[in-house]
Design a protein around this ligand. Structure first.
Ligand code: AQP
Length: 333
């Protein structure tokens, strides 16, 4: 809570591309919250350094992600939009919180285990510290809600544990945040391996929809989506993950329920379902892509927005950090 407004905080790391999963699980929900909350959304560019990046490509991708935030409809007059690396308090609070987090806690995180297996030649400290940086992101802004996909729930729980631990030791300092996980779309699965989440670092581009994929590419990817061979259009995540995923995507993109979407397909087959999902996604992304194509060329505007965002974010973040420094007993500077 800041002033009389509850606070919403979330971020996406600039790896791979923004996928339909990131959009439906996170950004689409952020858009619904900006009128009622003090909303703060970052590009988590420090987080993504936990895996090796090509510097020139990385810089360009981070800017592209920022342009996509705006293209999706995030409005800088309603939200604070910025790059995590532009607000030094994120890294500073991380150091303090590291001293209140146990190695066993971060070592248990599913993402740490998955990424360690995927990047066995580079299991760096940052990979293990990822959730502590994430806790700092959230706690700096006294966030009440963190709208994320299901995959981030475990990190959110650790953030809560760290906040509660610190508050109990030093008196209330941090708001203990709640995850905000939408009922529908919180886990979108790969189009090629529907048992796994749609991931932006999937080496197979047919597994995900990139928010800026051209319409013909989107249509082709849905056409190739893995289903099953019994031909029935019903929602059964366990036995029919591919079809269920397509139904979830269609329902979430069109703001309907899965049940109502299923009723459109009586007597129809998978080809019609795939076509309908592709059409709906293309329609949803069309205005976003038009905005993006305009915005990405306007570097001066993007710079103005992210600088202003960082200034506003730093003002809030520095207040929390000073409080933390005082509480742990550091001499005032
Ligand atoms: N498939 C998904 N369905 C619903 N929500 C999702 N999110 C991610 N994937 C899905 C949510 O998007 C936000 C940003 O997540 P991230 O930056 O951690 O990106 P990621 O897509 O989760 O990253 P990957 O795929 O694991 O790739 P790398 O290896 O690059 O990090 C979060 O709110 C997340 O829950």
């Amino acid at each position: 809570m800041l002033g009389d407004k509850k606070v919403v905080y979330s971020a996406v790391q600039p790896t791979g591309c923004i996928t339909l999963g990131n959009f439906l699980g996170a950004i689409n929900n952020w858009l619904k919250m900006t009128d009622d909350f003090l909303s703060i959304f970052a590009i988590a560019d420090l987080h993504a350094l936990t895996v090796r990046q090509n510097p020139a490509e990385y810089r360009q991708r981070a800017m592209s992600f920022f342009a996509q935030y705006l293209a999706c409809g995030l409005d800088p007059s309603k939200s604070i939009l910025y790059f995590q690396s532009h607000v030094p308090q994120h890294a500073e609070l991380t150091w303090i919180l590291n001293c209140f987090t146990y190695v066993g806690e971060t070592g248990r995180m599913t993402q740490f285990k998955d990424k360690s297996a995927k990047h066995a030649d580079n299991i760096n400290m940052g990979l293990m510290d990822y959730p502590v940086l994430m806790a700092s992101d959230i706690l700096l802004y006294q966030a009440d809600y963190v709208p994320v996909g299901v995959d981030q729930k475990q990190h959110l729980e650790l953030t809560r544990d760290i906040a509660i631990r610190f508050n109990n030791l030093y008196s209330p300092t941090f708001t203990v945040p709640e995850p905000y996980i939408a009922k529908q779309g919180a886990k979108i699965f790969s189009l090629q391996q529907p048992g796994q989440k749609m991931s932006k670092s999937d080496p197979d581009p047919n597994g995900y929809i990139n928010l800026i994929d051209p319409p013909d590419v989107i249509a082709r990817k849905f056409k190739r989506a893995v289903t099953d061979c019994d031909g029935k259009i019903i929602f059964d995540e366990e036995n029919k993950p591919g079809v269920s995923n397509l139904l979830t995507i269609l329902a979430t993109v069109t703001d309907r329920t899965v049940d109502s979407v299923i009723s459109d397909f009586e007597g129809k087959g998978y080809a019609e379902l795939k076509q309908a999902v592709a059409d709906a996604v293309i329609e949803k992304l069309r205005p976003i892509q038009e905005n993006y194509n305009r915005l990405v060329k306007d570097k001066a505007y993007l710079t103005e927005v992210y600088k202003d965002g960082a200034q506003k974010a730093a003002k809030i973040a520095s207040r929390t950090l000073s409080k933390v420094y005082r509480k742990v007993g550091l001499v005032e500077g």
